[in-house]
Write a protein that binds this ligand. Structure first.
Ligand code: GAL
Length: 730
């Protein structure tokens, strides 16, 4: 391994030089690493590098898609692929690990290596990421005495165990750069800074414990903490945001890193679809590099799909497209992808000068600046910026005139010729079309809404939903009885009592004596919901059944793991002779999940265990099934669900995810200008339309013929309107 030895030697030499210059205390012991850093950049095999990275989360696509996604990232000028590690996918129950299918982390990393790219592995294990429960397994919440993300024994033990497991796995596969593998960086925790702020001493202790625990794993590559101004040495603190040019690391000997340059934003059911103009994204990245940044990661470069029940929330949509340079389906989003590729080329032309030192900054006008980098060997690169959001500027630099569009940066890799301007898009615009390829012939099966199953059980009062379901299903039935005396006035005057049901989230259907009385849902802003209607009751015993539906567990917020879901009450009846009757603490009968779920009717074998009928349409709580052949060709596929309400989809037993086209996007879609500071409310689409109407069907999940499609519809949508479409780039 002559290469390895040479590499190590040159690294040591560089470290020796670094020691003389700045001498960070933790470097005074010999560091045996092929990846290190100094104030300018990450250093790989002795070379400071300007690194362009992009997030691709492996479970958000299929292994069959990975090689193409990685190749497209490489062609787009990326050096690094960044991914989180998704704990709840890997350890579905304590000590039972899963690394198959789209959770095959090792396979993903090896594919990145094969393509000649590096990996930034964000182990977390808290990941946020609009991922169910922020990546924590739900069972973790029920470990006795646990308190998440603070100085708590059970939590630290579980976090250390999982982190060690992942690091050991990477080591045994030789995947760290120090072993000749592609992983050049890792991350511990995620945006803990804002949480620590309110967390007192326990939070501070936890933070330093997390850093020490990670560093103690001796990966031979640096650790990063994002949004963590006080990240302890040698951990590098990094920036996340739409812009990061204001950011400096917490020590002069750390490089300036941007772990999440948001390429767009996520969609929630009920919200519009965000878009970030590429002119602004390119401007933000150029601003960061111009100021001295040396590592930029696009979050997301490919967003992908929240298959199954992996979407966080509540209310995060199944699509995690993110307006990323590669769209949800794996196609290039043009001109975004191409314009960024051109930007990366221009930046790479400047790399020798950029890594050589700090820039000289000259004012060229009120809003205009030149940032000039020079290397000892004489190379010179300049960034000319115009921050004016209203008008272009004509500036003079080195005796030459340059016109710089509003809100843009021109890049001059030789300090003379502008090879790229962030606002001048040369890449072509692609037209994407969803074209119809076929409909379906449906059979239906009604979910039982009136009788309780053998596995129902009784408890006093109302109980929190997730503590019962442990999130193995979205559904929990709450059933109780109310006795109505024949003397009740309302039986005579027809002024029926008001039933009020208060729920902590996220959606529910209310039935009185088997008849649906209403459906209500919360929203991203407020997951809590209240049902309040006059309900028809009769003399004698009446049954109140509530199907409470979870729509993804929270992934962000202070102690988000303590947020409740389900009917926590009060549940009251008003307008009786006695006035108001509180039903909250009486006996309630619970049933976890749907009958169809317990029969696994989304699978081939399960589906044959029930009697299917003709397609009775527009009924709530109905299962539908159809068979279909795989459409010819290899264009990506989707289901157009616009005629449906809310529910879930499975193909050949695999969950495509939750659908909810009946939730129309609420918000403002009327303003988009790339100039001026971007935020996720700018440049939105789909207002007044479904937040998501198309649902990605991975080709890899299909057989040539006889595919089983199962849909569970909660609201009463019309399945005859469902069609298969293919996504075509024109
Ligand atoms: C960041 C977080 C990411 C993701 C992002 C929004 O704050 O670190 O995991 O949630 O916000 O898409």
């Amino acid at each position: 391994m002559t290469l390895g030895c040479g590499r190590r030697l040159s690294t040591l030499l560089l470290l020796a030089v670094t020691l003389v210059v700045v001498s960070p205390p933790w470097l005074s012991s010999p560091v045996d690493a092929s990846v290190s850093y100094d104030h300018k950049a990450i250093i790989i095999n002795g070379q400071r590098r300007i690194l362009i990275s992009g997030s691709i989360h492996y479970p958000r696509s299929t292994p069959e898609m990975w090689p193409d996604l990685i190749q497209k990232a490489k062609d787009g000028g990326l050096d690094v692929i960044q991914t989180y590690v998704f704990w709840n996918g890997h350890e579905p129950s304590p000590g039972q690990y899963y690394f198959g299918g789209n959770y095959d982390l090792v396979r993903f990393i090896k594919l990145v290596k094969q393509a000649g790219l590096y990996v930034h592995l964000r182990i977390g294990p808290y990941v946020c990421a609009e991922w169910n429960f922020g990546g924590f397994p739900v069972w973790l919440k029920y470990v006795p005495g646990i308190n998440f993300r603070t100085d708590n024994g059970p939590f630290k033990a579980a976090m250390a165990k999982f982190t060690e497991k992942i690091v050991a796995m990477m080591k045994s596969e030789g995947l760290f750069e120090s072993q000749g593998g592609p992983i050049i960086l890792s991350q511990i925790e995620n945006e803990y800074g804002p949480v620590e702020y309110y967390g007192g001493t326990a939070a501070k202790n936890y933070l330093s414990w997390a850093a020490q625990m990670a560093v103690g794993l001796n990966t031979g590559v640096p650790w990063v903490m994002c949004k963590q101004d006080d990240a302890p040495d040698p951990v590098i603190n990094a920036c996340n945001g739409f812009y990061c040019d204001y950011f400096s690391p917490n020590k002069p000997y750390k490089p300036t890193m941007w772990t999440e340059a948001w390429t767009g934003w996520f969609t929630a059911f009920g919200g519009p679809v965000p878009h970030r103009p590429v002119e602004d994204l390119a401007f933000a990245v150029a601003r960061f590099i111009q100021k001295g940044g040396s590592f930029v990661n696009y979050y997301m470069y490919h967003g992908g799909t929240n298959f199954g029940r992996t979407a966080g929330g509540p209310f995060i949509s199944t699509s995690y497209d993110y307006d990323a340079p590669i769209d949800e389906y794996g196609l290039l989003r043009q001109p975004k992808w191409g314009h960024l590729r051109d930007l990366h080329k221009a930046i790479k032309m400047c790399e020798p000068a950029l890594v050589s030192g700090d820039p000289t900054v000259t004012k060229l006008g009120n809003y205009q600046e030149a940032h000039v980098y020079r290397s000892k060997s004489g190379s010179c690169a300049a960034f000319l910026s115009n921050f004016n959001p209203h008008s272009y500027a004509s500036v003079t630099f080195n005796g030459m005139k340059y016109n710089i569009p509003s809100w843009s940066i021109s890049i001059l890799p030789d300090c003379k010729t502008s090879v790229f301007n962030t606002a001048k898009v040369g890449a072509p615009t692609s037209q994407i079309k969803m074209t119809w390829v076929g409909g379906f012939s449906w059979e239906s099966f009604s979910e039982d809404t009136n009788s309780l199953g053998d596995n129902s059980f009784t408890k006093d009062g109302l109980v929190e939903q997730i503590s019962m379901t442990r999130d193995r299903t979205d559904y929990l039935w709450y059933t109780s009885y109310v006795n109505i005396d024949s003397n009740e006035q309302f039986l005579k005057n027809g002024r029926y009592p008001f039933l009020t049901v208060m729920s902590a989230g996220h959606s529910m259907h209310v039935f009185i004596n088997g008849e649906r009385a209403g459906t209500v849902s919360g929203s991203l802003d407020n997951p809590k919901l209240t049902f309040r209607e006059n309900v028809k009751l009769w003399a004698g015993s009446n049954k109140i059944s509530i199907l409470s539906v979870a729509v993804g567990l929270p992934n962000v917020g202070n102690h988000f793991e303590t947020w409740n879901a389900g009917v926590l009450g009060p549940v009251t009846l008003e307008g009786l002779n006695e006035g108001k009757r509180d039903l909250s603490s009486q006996k309630w009968i619970y049933q976890i999940g749907l009958r169809g779920e317990s029969l696994s009717i989304h699978t081939l074998s399960g589906s044959s265990s029930v009697e299917w009928g003709g397609a009775s349409t527009k009924q709530p709580l109905t299962w539908y099934k159809a068979f279909f052949n795989a459409p010819a060709g290899n264009e990506p596929l989707a289901l157009d669900m616009s005629s449906m309400g809310k529910g879930q989809i499975w193909i050949n037993g695999q969950s495509i995810g939750r659908y909810w086209p009946a939730y129309k996007a609420y918000g403002s879609c009327d303003w988009c200008d790339y100039r001026g500071t971007y935020n996720e409310k700018k440049c939105q689409t789909n207002c007044g339309e479904p937040s998501q109407k198309w649902y990605h069907v991975p080709r890899a999940w299909l057989n040539p013929t006889g595919n089983l499609l199962v849909v569970f519809e909660e609201w009463g949508g019309d399945p005859t309107g469902i069609s298969m479409v293919k996504r075509v780039a024109l």
